[in-house]
Structure formats: structure tokens, C-alpha cells
Design a protein around this ligand. Sequence first.
Ligand code: HEC
Length: 185
Amino acid sequence: MLHASTSVLKYYLALGGCAVVALSTLYVTRPTAQSNVSPIYGVTIPAGYREWKLIAVNQLKTDKVDQLRVQLGNEIAIKAFKEGTIPFPDGTIIAALHWNRVPSADNNKVLADAFPGAQSFVVQSAVNVQFMVKDSKKYAATGGWGFGDFKDGKPGDEALHKTCFGCHEPAKAHDFVFAHYASQP
Ligand code: HEC
């Protein structure tokens, strides 16, 4: 009798355990899915990145997009770029900010006399921001880099983040970073 009720107790405890797991799945994974952490890598948007220093500027034009892009770096990144340190040290963060590129009628009007046919382009709406975070131990499987892509503060999905490292592999000789420090004008 005692043995039977102990079994029942165990049974209820086991059920209780399951219920706790089920509840925590419900309440823990839901906020995680909507959180500001990139899938796979767990990269978050670093505070103050908009104020970081300039590494380089470029334009990306395909049949679908026309973007102006800047790469900014935290202090560790800027020092490494200036000194040509490869591989980049742990703590390096590179930010890539992307905007849609549009012609500026206002600028063109002003420029027309001095430069007939001038075409000035400016940034319009923001597209996304991407980060590469160096941690040689944590991200050993991906060249020491963690990746994060954010649109309106929200990270892209896992499928998107699976593409990052593979496409950066051609830049292996420069520690998987395409950007080079722009010279001083
Ligand atoms: C199709 C290939 C491709 C994929 C996929 C890709 N990148 Fe890149 N990435 C590039 C190239 C090429 C550049 C340099 C040219 C540019 O910025 O447009 C670059 C530049 C960057 C930079 C600036 C530093 C550098 O290497 O020049 C960051 C940061 C970055 N990518 C992050 C990411 C993240 C995060 C992902 C995944 C969500 C990702 N990239 C996916 C090709 C790729």
C-alpha cells in the first residue's frame, strides 16, 4: 500500500516536472524568439554604435537594391585597422550600416550650373545594420566571428544567419573582413 502510494507520488512528481518544463518552454522561448539576439551567434546591438569611427564607405547595386553603406568600428577595431593587425583582436566589433540610395533633386539644382548634368545621391531610408563581433574562443567554428543582422532593431532569422560566415570566407586572408581602412583625404 505504502509502496503503491509512493509510486503514485512519483508519477505526480514526474507529471509536475513535465508541466514545469512545458510552462517554461511557453514563457521562456516566446520572449527569446522576439528578442534582440541574433540566432546561432547570440549577437546583440552594441550600445552607441552609431557614434563609432569610420572604417570605410561603399555602394552596393544589384538588380534589386541600390544602397550606400558605411562600416564603423569600436575602439579596438579602429586601432587594429590603423595598425594593420591581422587577425583582429578579441573585442573587435565592426558595424555595417546600410541605406537606400536616392538622387537628390535639391543638390542637383545647386550643382547644375557649375557641373552640368551633375547627379548627387544621398541616403534615404535605413535598410539594416550588420555586426561582426570577434571572440576567438566563443566563435572558434566561424573564424572567431559572431554575426548579427538587424532590421528596425529586430534580428533576422536563422536561415539568414546561416549564410554569413560562408560568404565571408573568400576574405580569409584579411581575417574574413572585406573592408579596408579608407585613406585620409
Ligand atoms: C552573399 C555574400 C555575403 C553574405 C551572405 C553576407 N555577407 Fe557580409 N559582406 C559581404 C561582402 C562582399 C562585404 C563587403 C562589401 C559590402 O559591404 O557590401 C560584406 C561586408 C560585411 C560587413 C562589414 C565588414 C566587412 O567584412 O567588410 C559586415 C559587418 C557583414 N558583412 C556582416 C554580415 C552578416 C551579419 C551576415 C549574415 C546575416 C553577412 N554579412 C552575410 C558578403 C556577404
